[in-house]
Design a protein around this ligand. Sequence first.
Ligand code: NAP
Length: 301
Amino acid sequence: MQSVGFIGLGIMGMPMVKNLLNAGFEVNIWNRTVEKSDQLSNQGANSCQSPGDVARNSEVIIICVTATSDVEAVLLGSESITDPIINGVEKSNIVIDMSTISPARTREFAIQLNSIGASMLDAPISGGEQGAIDGTLSIMVGGDTEILSKVNNIFEVLGSRITHCGPNGAGQTVKLCNQIAVCINNFAMAEALLFCEASGVDPETMLEAITAGAAGSWQLSNLGMKIVERDFSPGFKVGLQQKDLRLALEAADQLNVSLTGTSIVHQFFSSVERSLDSDVGTQALITSLEAMNNLEVGGKK
Ligand code: NAP
């Protein structure tokens, strides 16, 4: 088994590393906030001093940080990261970026790594925190199939569906397609719940019925009851969803494609960020529609 490096121990990264350790991989970790690394050191991970140090000790290096600029910081360096991954990379190394970032910038990162003989895959994920815990993520891969075949054993620990989407950047493009579908699904769920509440029908009963029919979706199954129970804790934070919608809208702008539904949901999320916080879960989208209608799903207003 290869030695695996892992950078970014957030909501997603932390359980992914636990699964790799449980599967018997040697895992070298680095996180900006050191305390999070300490939790995993107790479970057998090797804590490294810097992203460069992770690269020097690992055959495969996985990144799972927030945004494009954060991947750039750990990969190529920044004011605060003086020993980035690229300092420790050798020809045989494979860098896998599992964050959701810009497809265009991904292609540039891949060219830069290829120029020193190393390889890169973009492999963003879907399935939420629970999917990361259960090792059932959907992994959308961009890059060479030959490189993918070398790390499939790692992906099989982390996910239950691994899809090769095309060359570098294609994984990120498919992830943005995922985010477009997810956000409009979320909006559809919110409108259905709002209408149900206004009609005086029990929202829990409605969810039970429609989850099993043609309207069934991940959003309905996983987030519907959270709304009824007024649980707006993340899973997936509104701030991250907004980052992804910005990436999709920017890419669509370059392609001269109009994403009308996505733009509208992006605006609704802006009002959630203003009225609540960017760190609430995406199910909080409902609060924006509730405010417009002076209604509260599962409650009284
Ligand atoms: P998160 O909980 O906010 O964690 C982000 C991680 O990135 C933390 O370890 C953070 O370090 C690190 N980080 C951020 N900026 C950094 C920088 N400039 N330098 C070094 N480290 C940095 O996020 P998450 O939910 O795990 O998401 C990670 C990625 O997966 C994102 O791209 C997200 O869009 C994507 N994703 C998330 C979900 C989900 O349901 N949460 C689902 C699918 C995909 P600190 O600990 O020091 O803050």
